[in-house]
Structure formats: structure tokens, C-alpha cells
Design a protein around this ligand. Structure first.
Ligand code: GMT
Length: 380
């Protein structure tokens, strides 16, 4: 198949999923065309079947708000025509599904009457936050309904979309995935622990885009409690608006030397496996891709019981769950784990098993392929 993929290329779960999906599909023989305003962060290296098409947005003086959605629709239609795409797959409804809808209409009305069905994958805040804004809700609902196929990355998100948006067309759950060969704890990762924990300290990790929804300061609060009982280091991977809040808090608590800000990383599979425990105290997560990536590397997650997280983490088996803001309980879980080698190892293995048996790319990618086939059949 020839598939166009559009996503937010910046740091964020939906862009990561879209990029990894494109890479996996290319490995399976499909031709992939990324269409976006910048090269997706995890799209590194070259693959003969992967192409990237940048969307240029002209900054005409009249445009206080340059119309990216229109430039994107135009580029989608151009690429689809030139490369004879079979299908577009857009990640994050706003504004990508609206642009895809326009591109489909343009091509259908063009001289070749080209068909360009599009699939929309809902990821989270496109439904739970942004889509609830009155200025976006009606058009988001409309473009979801107009999609030729809709998927959601968890049962929680599917249910919420159907209930709150009153969507009539079916929404299929296709869970997020991880490449289990790449995300793995190997001997090299064990050796690299010394770079971060030279005195054999325990290592905790947090990976996100540091937006308020991630409650980064709770991560620092939890770590502060853990560090009082267990010599440890905290690796913070990512960057974003709450970084300076977290830096100040770590400084105020006098733990800043043990809180290591690693910045944005495009090869997180090299960093994650050095850690023992992942902290994910988010206000809301429709899935929690970071937890899954950690689990594949035997890093045990301590997270909040919100959104789709309980679909990924089995409390007490493949991680621990607590209520939002309950930093004391999350710290207690982390301390229990970090002071009991056997338990830590046992749960690390259970995490890896859960990731492999339910969320491996080899299990999930065929579900997308099958979904595409059905969408194409219906629209032919
Ligand atoms: O909502 C966001 O934080 C943005 C979004 C993204 O594009 O990064 O994240 C969502 O999609 C991820 C990938 O599917 C999920 O793992 C995250 O749980 C989800 N975030 C939220 O629901 C807050």
C-alpha cells in the first residue's frame, strides 16, 4: 500500500506513534509518505520506502494566523496525486482530519476523480481537552464522522469519544505498540547505569513533554520522598513548559544534583533500560505510551489510575497505580520496589511479558493493515 501519514512532528506521543507506525509499515513493504511542517522527531536515518514532504506555510503580512490547515490540505492532495497514494492516515484529529477531508474532496472533484480515503486516529487531548473547546468541537466531531475509518488508542478513549461527541460511526480500538526488539534491557544498558549512578544508586525515570497534564512537580515530590529512604537518581527525559518549575522545586528541596535533566531524546530506547522504576503521575493519559516503552525495557511503572493507564498496567503485577496527586502512596510503592531486589526483578519481567504479549509491534501493526484494507474496500 502507499500510505500518507500526518502527525504533529514535535515531541509528543501521537507523533511518536505515527512515526513508529510508518517505520514498521515500511519494514513490512509499504510505501510511506510523511506530510507535516517538520520532520518527525523519531524519523531518523533513511529507508528507501519512507519519504518526507514538508508543508510550507506562507507568512503573508495579512495572515495574523497563517492557515496551516489549508496548506496541509493542499500538500496532502498534491502528494496523493503525485505518488498515487491509496490512503491517508492522520494522527490527532485537530486539524489533521479537517485537512484530510478537504484533500479527499479536492481529489474527488479533480480531473482523475481520485479516491483518497482517510483514517483518523484519536490520541487523547484531541478529544479530552482541545476537542471540548466550543470553538473546535463541532468541526472536530464533523471531521471524525467524515473519516473513512476511526481508531482510538484505548478503550477508555473510544468510550469517551462515542459518549461525549455522540459519534455515530464505529471507532475501533487499536492499542499503541512498542518495538520489543529495540526496547529491551540488554547487557549494554546495564553497563551504562554507571554514567548516571556512579555509586550504585537506584535509578528512577520520567519521560514526557513536561506539560501541566504530566504533573512533573509530582514526579520531583515522589523522588524527594524516595531519595530520603533509598540512594537514588532521577532521570527526566523530555522538555516543555513545566521544566523550570521542576528545576526550581528540585533546587528548593536541595536534591538538584540527583535530578538529571536529559532533554529531548530521539533514541529513548537507549536511555530507558538503565532505569529501575518509571514515574508517571499524570492528571490524565489516554494510554501512557511512555509506561509501555519502559515496561518493554523491564522498567516498572508507578503511575496514576486515570484514563487508559489501567488497560496497560495491571496494578500489583506489571506496575502500581495510585490516585492523582497521591505522591505519598506513589513514593511508598517505589520504595517497596527499590528495597526488594527479587520483587523488582520479578515485576520487571512481568512488565516485559505484558508488553510482549499484548503490545508488541508485531501484534499491532497487522491490525492497522487489516483496518486499512477494510477502509479501502469500502471506499472503492
Ligand atoms: O494528549 C497529549 O498529551 C498529546 C498526545 C500526543 O500527541 O502526544 O498524547 C496522547 O497520545 C499518546 C500516544 O497515543 C498517549 O500515549 C497519551 O496517553 C496521550 N496523552 C493524554 O491522553 C494526555
Amino acid at each position: 500500500m502507499k500510505i500518507g501519514i500526518t502527525c504533529y512532528p514535535t515531541y509528543g506521543g501521537s507523533g511518536v506513534v505515527a512515526t513508529e507506525l510508518g517505520l514498521e509499515l515500511a519494514e513490512r513493504g509499504h510505501e510511506i509518505h510523511f506530510i507535516s511542517y517538520a520532520q518527525p522527531i523519531r524519523l531518523i536515518g533513511t529507508h528507501p520506502s519512507i519519504h518526507y514532504h514538508e508543508v510550507e506555510v506562507s507568512r503573508y503580512p495579512l495572515f495574523d494566523y497563517p492557515p496551516y490547515d489549508l496548506a496541509l490540505a493542499t500538500r496532502m492532495a498534491e502528494v496523493a496525486e503525485l505518488y498515487e497514494l491509496d490512503l491517508l492516515h492522520v494522527h490527532y484529529a485537530i486539524p489533521h482530519s479537517v485537512s484530510a477531508m478537504l484533500a479527499r474532496q479536492m481529489l474527488a472533484a479533480g480531473p482523475r476523480r481520485q479516491k483518497l480515503p482517510f483514517v483518523t486516529t484519536l490520541h487523547g487531548t484531541d478529544i479530552t481537552l482541545v476537542g471540548q473547546d466550543r470553538s473546535y468541537l463541532p468541526i472536530t466531531r464533523y471531521s471524525i464522522e467524515q473519516s473513512d475509518g476511526v481508531t482510538a488508542i484505548s478503550e477508555y478513549l473510544r468510550e469517551r469519544t462515542v459518549r461525549e461527541f455522540e459519534i455515530k460511526n464505529p471507532v475501533q480500538v487499536i492499542y499503541n505498540f512498542v518495538n520489543c526488539d529495540l526496547y529491551v534491557r540488554n547487557e549494554e544498558a546495564r553497563k551504562r547505569r554507571i554514567e548516571y549512578a556512579p555509586n550504585g544508586e537506584r535509578i528512577l525515570v520520567h519521560l514526557s513533554n513536561f506539560r501541566p497534564v504530566k504533573r512533573l512537580t509530582d514526579t520531583v515530590e515522589i523522588f524527594d520522598r524516595v531519595r530520603k529512604k533509598v540512594p537514588s537518581k532521577l532521570l527526566l527525559i523530555g522538555d516543555g513548559p513545566d521544566r523550570s518549575l521542576a528545576e526550581r522545586l528540585a533546587m528548593k528541596k536541595g536534591i538538584h544534583k540527583d535530578v538529571l535533566f536529559l532533554g529531548k531524546q530521539d533514541q529513548v530506547y537507549e536511555k530507558l533500560p538503565v532505569a529501575d522504576v518509571m514515574l508517571l503521575p499524570s492528571e490524565l493519559e489516554s494510554f501512557g505510551l511512555a509506561a509501555l516503552e519502559g515496561m518493554a525495557c523491564e522498567v516498572v511503572p508507578v503511575a496514576t489510575r486515570v484514563g487508559g493507564i489501567p488497560e496497560v498496567i495491571d496494578h500489583g503485577k506489571s506496575g502500581f497505580l495510585a490516585e492523582v496527586g497521591d505522591v505519598a502512596t506513589m513514593a511508598r510503592y517505589a520504595i517497596e520496589l527499590l528495597t526488594d531486589d527479587n520483587r523488582l526483578q520479578e515485576m520487571g519481567k512481568a512488565c516485559r511479558d505484558a508488553a510482549r504479549s499484548r503490545f508488541c509491534a508485531s501484534k499491532i501493526i497487522p491490525q492497522y493493515e487489516e483496518f486499512y484494507r477494510r477502509v479501502m474496500e469500502r471506499s472503492s
